[in-house]
Design a protein around this ligand. Sequence first.
Ligand SMILES: Nc1cnc(-c2cc(N)nc3[nH]ccc23)cn1
Length: 293
Amino acid sequence: LYSKCRTSDVLFYLCVYKDESLGQGSFSRIFRGTKMDIRDGEKRETEVLLKELDGLHKNCWESFFEAASLMSQISHRHLLLVYGVSVFGAKNIMVQEFVKYGALDLYLKRGRSVSVSWKLDVAKQLASALNFLEEKNIVHGNICAKNLLLAREGDPSQGSSPFIKLSDPGINVAFLDKDVILDRIPWVAPEVLEAPDNLTLECDKWSFGATLWEIFNNGNAPLRGWDLDRKRQFYETFQQLPPSQWTELADLISQCMDYQAGNFGSVELCRYDPLGDNTGELVAVKKLQPNKQ
Ligand SMILES: Nc1cnc(-c2cc(N)nc3[nH]ccc23)cn1
């Protein structure tokens, strides 16, 4: 639902030009653009990013706009600014602020050697954005390094730190095929696989853990190259990501990626011993939370 804005607040965009294609998102094509607007009689050009929902996912356009609406209803220094959406013609386009250095995972993979304190600054900024969303009881649903945009590189010699912006979540996970959700393991919380339309704040906490792992592993994706069956098993056998040597970081990540905490219900290991002769095997028994009976 779009917030109704007063006419006086509406920026009169003369037009938004598509300048160049910047490639492909998971369900959208992205372009650099220029927004021309007039405010108090003054003409101003602003660099923007245009996210165009691809034709294949036209049936998800409500969710595409829901994501835009979420980001435009709230403002925070570490949340991406969404100027608006346009539905002219057949194209569904979201107009976002252009964030200079792009996605954090690609930035880190390009071999930029960054310090631990640089990574900690990014982690703290993401934590403050998530804390802000939690206080408003808003679930993002797609926290990952690909959705962290780097606005400022930070320069240790100048003592300036990096600055990130959390991007929109894209199409809601409830609209995605099961394989797409499986491929989001280990960012997607385990309980989402069974109830994709029941996203909770716990889901963002789990994803925060996986994103921390990415940041401190130089943008390398956790479980990189694993096929969907192996990824599914990763959850079914309650595995954890390889722990960092830095125990405090490893503890924080495992506290976020805790199978017991979310709506995943409680899980106990016990011996299934039908013959009663202690030859039974250890099994994990998932007990639904009382209110989930
Ligand atoms: N809201 C956003 C999102 N992505 C960018 C961006 C920046 C850049 N340097 N290269 C890119 N290549 C693809 C996207 C992108 C900018 N702003």
